[in-house]
Design a protein around this ligand. Structure first.
Ligand code: PMP
Ligand code: GLN
Length: 389
């Protein structure tokens, strides 16, 4: 049958490709972002209990009320904004579904959506599916004076036109590991004040911030919260990426539009996991302990790489860190990543995959992304192999 693809430029995601390559070559997979350890037994037992207690049929469309209540309490406690669990919080099939619902519900044909590059791979194809136009604004690349990626808010402001419908944010940022600062929120606030733009804020790594920093959620500022869809994921927070449960918080009128999409996309999300998560969230320590837990892993990899020819970049948040390999090879990032996986047994992700044109020289900075959400033994074995290169 002949047909015209709606996404002619989309192939299989880099995460799937690199994980498959790692499996095929029995490499240690530090590529795709997922822990190689299990969620807390307490949480697993709560899921079993929920199933045995009979939570096996459709839960309410917007999510189990007790879970929405817990999300509301957590967000209020951490960021100071109260979302009404009945009308402003929706449990979704991973953060992915929330992001997709946010774009489908608000972006119309011809609308522009600003995306900051490098970016997570989901945003642009979804914008294109609805006939929207992605407007890509690059981050400032690191220099010797500012050795960190940075958002240039003036460039974002300059990119806003009468057609701009949405600005997509993702902090802590995948793949650079940068966090927003209070000054960033000030700049954002002034842009929103002047333009009234809608923010889709992908905050899936909200609990993974290091060095004593606090996560600067857009929910901290009333004006920003009023203009935002804030998205998070239990997969990242509770080491259960395969469960595919996330949520989004947004003012009631915005949430109502998101739910119109959600109800016909998946209708609702599996009930036993939601019931279990609602009980588990009562223990705040399970997310409060994450910065210390992951910071130790970040430093383990950082210190390990210091003994190698890779030059690691600092990671302020997420469970990723990037490293420069220019002392080892001048191959483009995708080729170097394949070589590292197939010949040296370490699966990684080329950072160029987070650019609109991964093969272009401008997208290649000799950087690969490592995921450090791994057992210490896994990290140590990987470090040994990396140091030997
Ligand atoms: N956003 C970002 C920035 C991510 O890294 C991921 C990766 N998992 C997602 C969204 C998707 O999250 P989920 O698996 O909960 O759909
Ligand atoms: N978010 C994960 C990453 O950046 C991957 C999720 C996926 O494979 N879609 O590695």
């Amino acid at each position: 049958m002949k047909f015209e693809s709606k996404l002619p430029n989309v192939g299989t995601t880099i995460f799937t490709i690199m994980s498959q390559l790692a499996t095929d070559h029995k490499a240690i997979n530090l590529g795709q972002g997922f822990p190689d350890f299990s969620p807390d037994d307490v949480l697993l037992d709560l899921v079993t209990k929920a199933m045995k207690d009979g939570h096996n049929q459709y839960p309410p469309m917007a999510g189990v009320p007790a879970l929405r209540q817990q999300i509301s309490l957590k967000v209020q406690e951490l960021y100071g904004h109260k979302y009404d669990p009945n009308t402003e919080i929706t449990v979704t099939s991973g953060a992915s579904e929330a992001l997709m619902a946010g774009i489908l519900a608000f972006v119309k044909t011809g609308d522009e959506v600003i995306v900051i590059e490098p970016f997570y791979d989901l945003y642009i194809p979804v914008i294109e599916l609805v006939g929207g136009k992605p407007v890509i604004v690059p981050m400032q690349a690191p220099t010797s004076e500012t050795p960190r990626y940075q958002v240039d808010w003036q460039r974002i402001r300059d990119a806003i036109t009468a057609k701009t419908r949405m600005l997509i944010l993702n902090f802590p940022h995948n793949p650079t590991g940068i966090n927003l600062t209070e000054e960033d929120l000030d700049s954002l606030e002034s842009i929103v004040q002047d333009t009234g733009i809608l923010l889709l804020s992908d905050e899936v790594y909200e609990h993974l911030v290091y060095d004593g920093q606090a996560h600067q959620s857009v929910a901290r500022r009333p004006l920003l919260a009023d203009h935002s869809i804030v998205v998070s994921s239990f997969g990242k927070t509770y080491s259960a990426t395969g469960w595919k449960i996330g949520y989004c918080c947004a003012p009631a009128a915005i949430s109502a539009e998101i739910r119109k999409v959600h109800q016909f996309n998946v209708f609702t999300v599996n009930s036993p996991m939601q019931v279990a998560l609602a009980s588990y969230m009562e223990n705040k320590d399970a997310y409060l302990r994450l910065p210390a837990f992951y910071q130790q892993k970040r430093d383990r990899l950082l210190n390990g790489l210091a003994k190698s020819k890779f030059i690691p970049m600092h990671s302020e948040g997420t469970f990723f860190l990037m490293a420069d390999y220019s002392q080892i090879s001048s191959l483009p990032e995708a080729e170097f990543s394949r070589w590292l996986t197939t010949e040296k047994g370490i699966g990684v992700i080329p950072v160029s995959a987070f650019y609109k044109q991964p093969d272009a020289p401008e997208s290649n900075h000799n950087l690969i992304r490592f995921c450090f959400a791994k057992r210490d033994e896994t990290l140590d074995t990987a470090i040994e192999k990396l140091a030997a290169i």
